[in-house]
Each structure stands twice: as C-alpha cells, then as structure tokens.
Design a protein around this ligand. Structure first.
Ligand code: CP3
Length: 354
C-alpha cells in the first residue's frame, strides 16, 4: 500500500506537531453534493449504495475532489450491524431509517448473534479495501461504527425517536435485558472495527449519537462502559502505525472527564460545548474534534471565516485539534460554503502551530 502523503489528521489525533489544523466534515459524502445525488439516484436505494463497493468508494472520494480535506470516511452507515443481525433495515423517504423487526423481549435479544464480518458485512470491508487502493495515500481513511447504546436505540425503537419511550422503559424495567442487548452489540462492534482495521481503516470513530439522552449515571453504565469495552478489545496497531479512535457522544459535553478515561485518543465535541474549557478539562489525555455549529454553513463565507477563527483561537496553540462540525452537515448546504470553511481552517490555523 502506498505511503500516506498527508498524515496531518493522524498526527493531530496523537497530539504530534502539525503545520496546520486538519479538517474533515461529518457526513462529508452526502446529499448536499449534486454528484452524490446523481450516484444515489443510480443506485436506487440507500442500502444498495452502501453495499456496492464501487459506488461506496466513488461517493467516499467525491468530497476529496472538491475540497482540500485532511481525512476521508468510508461511505456506509451505523445501521449495517443491526441489518446484518437480520432486522431488515430500510429507509422511508422523509422519515429516515426503519427496521422490519424490532427488539422488545428476552427472546428477541437471545435470537441475536454476532454477525460474520466477511459473510454478512464483507461489503463494508470490500469498500474499505477498494477505497484504500483508489485513494492512493492522499489522506487517511476513517472507519466507524455506532456505539452499542445508539444502535440499541434504533433496534428497540424501530427507527428514529423523539422520546426514546421503548428503550428507556426497557432500561428501567429490565436493566439485565438492556445489558444483554448492549453486550452482544459491544462484541459485534469490536469485531466489526477490528475487521475494518484489517481491511485498511487507518483511524476509527464511534458515533454515540444518542448517549446524550441519558442521565449522567445511566450514561456511564449503559453507554460509556460498553464503549470502553470496545476500545480495550481493538487491535490498535496495524502495519506499524497506531489506529487512533475518536469517541463522539452528542450532548456529552458535561461528561468529558469520564469520557477521557476510556482509552480513546480523541473526543468529538458538539457545538454546545466550549472547546477552550474542554481542552482545560481533558488536559493532555485526549485530542479534541469539533465543533462548529453545522448551521454556520448557512451563513455567508465571510461569516463562516469569522466563526472558524473564533474556534481556532478558543482551542489555542499547539496540536491536538481536528476541526470539524459539531454534527453532520445538513443536506441543504451550499458546497461553496464548505470550500470557504476548509480554506479558512488551513489559512488561519498556521499561526497556532509555529
Ligand atoms: O460521514 C460520512 O460521510 C460517512 C457516511 C455516514 C452516513 N451515516 C451516511 C448516510 C456516516 C458516518 C453515518 C453515520 C450515522 N448514520 C449516524 C451517526 C452520526 C450522526 O449523524 O449522528 C446515524 C445516527 C445514522 C443513522 C442514519 N442513517 C440516519 C439518521 C440517516 C438519515 C436519514 C435521512 O433521510 O435523513 C441515515 C441515512 C444516511 N446515512 C444518509 C447518508 C449520506 C442519507 C441517506 C440518503 O442518501 O438518502
């Protein structure tokens, strides 16, 4: 495999010196890009796009052709694991993800097994292998998974939810059942991420999108503990390089101190967290990723640049910052505004690394 030409992202995650702050964007391959919409239309449905390695590779590379990004993320979804467990994932236009089968009883949980990474999820590994070849060392490729808690939310609720009524009833009424579901998910995610490393993922991200709906104590027991279990089961060295892990709990800003203790290399911050204070709170333990409000991209380029400067100044001097949005980019953003963001991060960050 070819040498990595730009390792700014990996270096920042390990707090090694960099020339500029690296930047990538959550959901950087997506509907805001006309070229994505074109491939998506050709693929038919979203899962066909994910499960056809040539198409998944193509849309992974699209944002790199337009923007000077410092990382790529394999095009896939967090819901591939529950789908591989037999729940029947499909997407209903305007409503998001849905499962044919949901998990509600002890028998349902008992029927779940750890999927086979090559037989059931081989399409993800094929997409990673192909993308590593095609990307030719331009930037690192990130692999990812949902956290056990976040996957369980979709599996128990059957799709997106406003109130998390079903999964919270399960958590409070039958905590042992909740734990056995999370446990099979943690084993699956560990195997999934290790398979992604073996296939060529050079960094990993755990998306804990719904950890923030829990109380502090329940967050520790039902989300954080399982992410810790996963991280301790990862093969963190591959071909002589460390594979850094970023943990992102949306709404987790008040728990950064405990998140910094689970063995992750970096924490993702949403935009409600003060990044200057976050850096003080976690000290040297972890790097930080984030955290511009995705809606800033609706503003004009000049205003975007001002916001970039504010965040860079708040993080301050030295390595350990990966610039990103505080959550995924919205489908109605003008791609030219992303160009403005990426250029501003690179231009304005040089002085913090001299
Ligand atoms: O970041 C990237 O570019 C990589 C691709 C990626 C997708 N989903 C592609 C996608 C990643 C990292 C994800 C993660 C994901 N998927 C999360 C965690 C991150 C987060 O946003 O909090 C979650 C919760 C999901 C579940 C999911 N998948 C939702 C809620 C949706 C949106 C449904 C909708 O219609 O808005 C999806 C579908 C999805 N995953 C899309 C993309 C580009 C849009 C589907 C389309 O093209 O129609």
């Amino acid at each position: 495999m070819s040498e990595l030409k730009n390792d700014r992202y990996l270096r920042a995650l390990l707090k090694q010196p960099v020339d500029k702050t690296p930047v990538w964007i959550m959901r950087q391959a997506g509907r805001y890009l006309p070229e994505y919409r074109e491939v998506r239309a050709k693929a038919g449905d979203f899962m066909s796009l994910c499960s056809t390695p040539e198409l998944a590779c193509e849309v992974t590379l699209q944002p790199l052709r337009r923007f000077d990004l410092d990382a790529s993320i394999i095009f896939s979804d967090i819901l591939t694991i529950p789908d591989a467990m037999g729940l029947g994932l499909h997407f209903v236009s305007g409503e998001g993800p849905k499962f044919k089968k949901t998990i509600s009883s002890a028998a349902d949980v008992a029927s779940l097994g750890v999927p086979d990474m090559e037989d059931d999820l081989g399409y993800v590994m094929d997409a990673i292998r192909l993308t590593r070849r095609e990307i030719d060392g331009k930037v690192p490729l990130i692999g990812f998974s949902g956290s056990p808690w976040t996957l369980a939310c979709y599996m128990v609720e059957g799709g997106s939810s406003r109130d998390f009524a079903k999964i919270k009833a399960m958590l409070f009424d039958t905590p042992e059942l909740m734990h056995s579901l999370l446990s099979v998910l943690a084993k699956s995610v560990t195997a999934y991420l290790n398979a992604q490393i073996a296939a060529g993922a050079q960094a990993l991200m755990l998306f804990d999108t719904w950890g923030g709906v829990l109380s502090g104590e329940n967050y520790q027991h039902f989300s954080l503990a399982y992410m810790q279990q996963i991280i301790s089961g990862l093969n963190k060295e591959h071909q002589g390089r460390r594979v850094p892990v970023t943990v992102f709990t949306k709404g987790g800003g008040q728990w950064l101190e405990s998140m910094a203790e689970i063995g992750a290399d970096a924490l993702g911050l949403d935009w409600t967290t003060d990044i200057a204070a976050a850096r003080q709170r976690v000290g040297d333990k972890v790097a930080l990723q984030g955290n511009m409000d995705p809606c800033v991209l609706y503003a004009q380029p000049q205003r975007i640049e001002t916001e970039v400067k504010t965040i860079l100044e708040a993080y301050g001097r030295g390595s350990g910052h990966v610039f990103n949005l505080g959550h995924g980019i919205h489908p109605t953003i003008n791609p030219d505004h992303v160009t403005a963001l990426v250029e501003a991060v690179h231009k304005e960050s040089v002085k913090y690394h001299q």
